[in-house]
Design a protein around this ligand. Structure first.
Ligand SMILES: *Cc1c(COP(=O)(O)O)cnc(C)c1O
Length: 357
């Protein structure tokens, strides 16, 4: 039996979107391939409210995160972490020999604009990374306020991990002056895994040209120059199957309307938070709670593992807490094409299993 996924990626994918994956192949150096990739870029620019270029990577989002920290740091990277995915970005810097410092917040808390100001005002850094939506804790960072601080430092490249928020929350790349905004196909965009997606500013690319040892497969300059020279074709053979699905899914997203889509996510988040407060508690403060997933404090000391096993028998899956938060919390994702009705259905089943009613 298929389990309906309420986990923060991979998420449920619509049948018609899945079917697009079986579109017959085309040559990746054909005009059709150029058109497909150009169309995808045009649509993604709308989703990200940007005129910056779009780069696709046949890797998951982590590939672009690793490429970014490597390609855009010349002096030193300031890596802000509010959980596992922020920590991972720091590990990527270290393992690539990129000089970096880690600025950690307590689990469940945000990166404050003050922390960013304090770090950048030292003038030690030329790259900053922020996790927009930390999937391990269900916390969403105040990206607007953070961007106001970063804008005061024009020599700093601003990289944001929007892997679990893009497509579910409004991220206005140009307004926020984000240089590199990274996401993955399998989260709020509602596709199977296998594509990394990002926006990249021209000034970031110009900066990267002066950085040595950018690597090869995930070298932003090579990706950028190739799509410019070859009409949106990539250096290596890309994941065309996913591109067919992405092109189609972006039509669906734009047809729904971006504001409608973001409102639907807000509705699902608010409903889940209220439910959590009624029976358990929220792990994050409401004002910094994520729009795409809710992390619930396990105040009733239930076995999350057993709950998930029972849910599995009924055709649903949620996520246990991440890392140290396992069993202490559990996570319900409400992203991509899930609806309020889906969320109500799931929460009803949980109430039944736990005899909460
Ligand atoms: C899932 C996730 C990642 C990793 O993305 P992959 O596509 O699995 O490489 C990074 N950051 C956040 C916030 C995530 O949720």
């Amino acid at each position: 039996m298929h389990k309906k996924l309420f986990i923060p990626g991979p998420i449920e994918v619509k049948e018609d979107v899945l079917e697009k994956m079986s579109t017959p192949m085309i040559g990746h150096r054909s005009k059709e391939a150029s058109k497909l990739q150009r169309d995808i870029s045009d649509k993604l620019k709308k989703l990200f409210y940007t005129e910056n270029e779009i780069l696709l990577s046949t890797s998951s989002g982590s590939g672009l995160m690793e490429g970014a920290v490597r390609c855009f740091t010349k002096k030193r990277a300031a890596i802000f972490s509010i959980g596992s995915f922020g920590d991972r970005w720091f590990e990527m810097a270290e393992s690539n020999g990129v000089e970096a410092d880690l600025f950690k917040s307590e689990l469940g808390s945000i990166t404050t604009p003050e922390m960013v100001e304090e770090a950048l005002s030292t003038n030690k850094y030329d790259l900053i990374t922020i996790t927009h939506n930390e999937t391990s804790t269900g916390v969403m960072n105040p990206i607007e306020e953070i961007s106001k601080v970063v804008k005061k430092y024009p020599d700093v490249i601003f990289c944001v991990d929007t892997v679990s928020s893009a497509g579910g929350a409004k991220i206005e790349v140009d307004k926020l002056s984000i240089d590199v905004c990274i996401t993955s196909s399998q989260k709020a965009l509602g596709l199977p895994p296998g594509l990394g997606i990002c926006t990249v500013s021209e000034r970031a690319i110009e900066k990267a040209r002066t950085v040595k040892n950018r690597g090869s497969y995930l070298d932003f300059v090579q990706l950028y120059d190739t799509i410019k020279k070859k009409d949106y074709q990539y250096p290596s053979t890309p994941n065309l199957s996913l591109m067919f699905a992405l092109d189609y899914q972006l039509d669906r997203i734009l047809q729904e309307g971006l504001d409608n889509r973001f409102n639907r996510h807000l509705e699902m988040a608010e409903y889940t938070r209220n439910w959590a407060k009624k029976y358990f508690d929220l792990f994050a403060e409401v004002k910094s709670a994520s729009l795409t997933l809710t992390t619930i404090k396990n105040t009733k000391n239930i076995s999350v593992k057993d709950l998930n096993a029972e849910l599995g028998k009924r055709g649903y899956a949620i996520s246990n807490g991440y890392g140290d938060l396992k069993e202490k919390t559990f996570r319900i994702a409400h992203m991509a094409d899930l609806t309020l009705e889906d969320v109500k259905e799931l929460l009803n089943v949980i109430e039944e299993i736990l005899s909460l009613k």
